[in-house]
Design a protein around this ligand. Structure first.
Ligand SMILES: [Zn+2]
Length: 75
């Protein structure tokens, strides 16, 4: 897993997702949990959620305004 991008707003991150998915990569949204401050990664590939992100370690739902992207190169 390579975390190659810095956090970006929704519009830019969804554009980037479409780009990497179109190139055959798999990507996962990353965000910063507002409860514990840790970086969290979505378990659902190639999906952007608008209804919030649950950090499974602490159970807190965050509604981020900036997102990171983890891109996996394996198929
Ligand atoms: Zn958390």
């Amino acid at each position: 897993m390579i975390d190659k991008y810095k956090d970006l707003p929704q519009e830019e991150i969804t554009d980037m997702m479409n780009d990497v998915i179109g190139k055959g990569f798999t990507c996962y949204i990353k965000w910063t949990c507002e409860n514990c401050g840790e970086r969290a990664t979505s378990n659902t590939p190639n999906t952007f959620f608008t209804e919030g992100y649950i950090h499974e370690d602490c159970g807190h739902t965050t509604y981020p305004t900036k997102f990171g992207l983890v891109v996996t190169k394996c198929l």
